[in-house]
Design a protein around this ligand. Structure first.
Ligand SMILES: NC(=O)c1ccc[n+]([C@@H]2O[C@H](COP(=O)([O-])OP(=O)(O)OC[C@H]3O[C@@H](n4cnc5c(N)ncnc54)[C@H](O)[C@@H]3O)[C@@H](O)[C@H]2O)c1
Length: 387
């Protein structure tokens, strides 16, 4: 008989639903070493959380995360609330001896992120951060090619994360536009994913310099909101946008590679356009999230005359995680990345090995985020390790 892992989830909207779906699917498609029990889901509004518990398949619900983390029948706490409450919940969960999964960015500040890592380590619990894009099979394939030396010496990482959901000046002031709740705007929300992918694929950042802009400085105050959609009040008063609408930065990696990263919510026509390209001495790879089953690969050793980017469909059974899903060519989607990340977290808990990416990766990402913000304030290059 397998051991049971009792999960408690905080948050039931966008990520809450994505994570709930993943918990349902892990045991159906993979063979995790522990059986997952969806024990309790938590949110502040009783009517909504009760409805979410029924719809997503949770055994019970709570309206206070404080209660959830203290429950004896919870082994792992999963945090999908906005970033301003990540720290409090993670500290309480770790101190109660629960394993902790936390959505990105880890915290509002680098200092808070470090505190979370220390608390998890001091309590000997497993910890993982929600950089789910690492778990797309095509991204894993890019990692494999780089690790095997197929790209040679890496020269460039070029990352774009383009969205357009707030271009309309009447789009209301959701929590993502409030620094006190979100920490930062396009940088922490979108740029964080690219920073993590760059670290995963190329290596650690050495120094950065950035620029950012808030194009629309005031927006209507909301009546009701989720993370990405909201309804403005009738004849709404205006409130101040306190985060960046767009941030761009240049970077140098410790291995000498150069990077450029652009994160914006003002790129008309791009709904969730995350993409990156990596160029090395022997070849290149390109990835686009909206075509996430594909990896483009250029091999400089290909015969002259037929050289060019080849399109690899990362859906063969030999590609990472694909054995568990469908026959080759039967594509998977966004929600599957979460299934892979929770499969890995359950295995880390079951075997006692370090989770990957863990809060250390969350701290390193926060260090880069803070270095970019400092570079913007001071208008100069900032060494990431100086923070
Ligand atoms: N990995 C990804 O790709 C990805 C995508 C979107 C969001 N995120 C991250 O996930 C987190 C949540 O984002 P979202 O889009 O799901 O937000 P959301 O607004 O859709 O959902 C937030 C949830 O948290 C709950 N909540 C807020 N404060 C709470 C509190 N004090 N106690 C209990 N519950 C509380 C809300 O009721 C809601 O259910 C953020 O940190 C965000 O950066 C990650």
């Amino acid at each position: 008989m397998k051991d049971i892992l009792n999960v408690g989830l905080v948050g039931y909207k966008f990520m809450g639903k994505a994570h709930s779906n993943a918990f349902q699917r892990v045991g159906m498609f993979f063979e995790p070493s522990m059986d997952i029990r969806m024990k309790a889901i938590c949110g502040r509004d009783e009517e909504w959380v009760k409805q979410a518990a029924q719809q997503f398949g949770w055994e019970s619900y709570e309206t206070s995360w404080e209660k959830l983390v203290q429950r004896d029948d919870i082994d792992m706490v999963d945090i999908t609330a906005p970033s301003n409450v990540h720290k409090e919940i993670a500290l309480a969960a770790a101190n109660a001896g629960k394993h902790v999964f936390c959505e990105k960015p880890l915290a509002l500040t680098l200092k808070d992120a470090r505190e979370m890592l220390e608390a998890a380590e001091a309590n000997g619990v497993r910890h993982q951060i929600g950089f789910n894009y690492r778990f797309a099979p095509a991204v894993q394939l890019a990692k494999k090619l780089i690790d095997e030396g197929k790209l040679g010496t890496i020269y460039h990482f070029r990352g774009l994360y383009l969205q357009d959901f707030i271009v309309d000046p009447d789009f209301p002031l959701v929590w993502r536009l409030d620094k006190e709740v979100a920490g930062s705007g396009a940088l922490g929300d979108l740029g964080a994913h690219l920073i993590d992918l760059a670290r995963f694929l190329v290596g650690d950042f050495d120094k950065v310099i950035g620029m950012s802009k808030t194009f629309i400085k005031e927006r209507p105050i909301v009546e009701k909101m989720t993370g990405l959609s909201a309804k403005a009040q009738e004849s709404a008063a205006m409130g101040k946008v306190t985060v960046d609408d767009a941030t761009l930065f240049l970077a140098e990696f410790k291995n000498g590679a150069l990077g450029s990263i652009e994160a914006t919510r003002f790129a008309q026509g791009h709904r969730n356009g995350m993409s990156f390209e990596i160029n090395g001495s022997k070849g290149s790879v390109r990835f686009e999230l909206e075509r996430m089953n594909e990896l483009q690969y250029y091999n400089a050793d290909d015969e002259e005359g037929t050289q060019g980017f080849r399109l690899i469909q990362a859906t063969e059974g030999s590609h990472p995680y694909m054995q568990a899903w469908w026959p080759a060519g039967h594509i998977i989607g966004y929600e599957h990345t979460f299934v892979h990340e929770f499969y890995e977290f359950v295995e880390a808990i079951a075997t006692g090995r370090k989770a990957n990416p863990d809060f250390t990766d969350g701290v390193k990402c926060s260090q880069v985020l803070e270095a970019v913000e400092t570079s913007i304030e001071e208008k100069q290059w900032i060494e990431v390790d100086s923070l």
